[in-house]
Ligand binder design. Structure first.
Ligand SMILES: CC(C)(COP(=O)(O)OP(=O)(O)OC[C@H]1O[C@@H](n2cnc3c(N)ncnc32)[C@H](O)[C@@H]1OP(=O)(O)O)[C@@H](O)C(=O)NCCC(=O)NCCS
Length: 217
């Protein structure tokens, strides 16, 4: 089976994704594409071979699988759309040191980092990141392109709408809903539902400002 995968991105997030593919012994990263890291750099043993503009050429040359390894939600969204338009298939990067309940339902292009826990009947949309040591408890939903940052905790039945982010070490109590594109600051404790497109932080988390509704496409 062809298990070669193109990594889009060459930053810290890409380093972790490459490490996961190696540890899991599933996919073989053949090269990174990045708009800023120079060609010829080596990221976790994988060479940077060009920019995102090479995606089309690589696809024509027979590359089948690609992974968008960037932490920024909106950028990851755009990259996954592009990869799908070009006909790439999108594997998941699931660390062998994470726990994913068999009844969890996963989309494509997802990263689940070491130490993460994904509980029973959790639903993760496409392009979601469950970062290092984060946990997503039973029946929670993280819609597409959401990011649960390192050490963050979603209790049971939490619902994160698309493109939302819960910052590192933050906690969300059970059954709360976080609106589309909203950012929860590091260390926050979310005890009320949060609307779309705001930044909230603190204990308890309060809305601090709104964020411009970015055109993701
Ligand atoms: C909340 C956050 C998004 C910044 O929001 P912002 O509206 O741009 O805030 P600013 O940086 O302008 O700071 C505004 C004020 O909020 C405070 N603040 C910022 N983040 C805070 C946080 N997480 N908790 C408490 N206070 C915070 C700042 O100290 C500042 O206070 P001051 O005016 O008294 O100095 C950011 O600080 C954060 O926590 N991001 C999450 C990062 C993360 O988890 N990354 C994971 C990468 S994998």
């Amino acid at each position: 089976m062809n298990n070669q995968v193109v990594i889009v991105g060459a930053g810290g997030h890409a380093r972790v994704v490459i490490d996961i593919f190696r540890q899991a012994d599933t996919w073989d990263p053949i090269g990174c594409l990045d708009m800023t890291v120079p060609v010829g750099s080596v990221i976790e043993g994988v060479p940077v071979i060009g920019t995102d503009e090479m995606l089309s050429t690589l696809r024509k040359e027979g590359a089948c699988f690609a992974f968008a390894a960037v932490g920024d939600n909106a950028l990851r969204f755009r990259l996954l759309q592009k990869l799908q338009q070009l006909g790439y298939r999108l594997p998941n990067a699931i660390s062998p040191y994470a726990y994913v309940a068999p009844s969890a339902r996963l989309g494509v292009g997802i990263a689940i980092m070491p130490g993460a826990i994904v509980g029973p009947e959790v639903v993760l949309g496409d392009g979601v990141v469950i970062n290092t040591r984060a946990s997503v408890d039973h029946e929670s939903v993280v819609e597409s392109y959401g990011h649960v940052a390192p050490g963050a905790t979603l209790s049971g039945n939490v619902h994160m709408e698309a493109l939302a982010m819960v910052g590192c070490g933050a906690s969300v109590i059970q059954q709360r809903r976080i609106g589309t594109g909203t950012i929860v600051g590091a260390g926050a404790v979310v005890v009320h539902d949060l609307p779309p497109h705001v930044v909230a932080h603190g204990v308890p988390a309060r809305v601090r400002r709104s964020i411009a509704c970015r055109q993701a496409a």
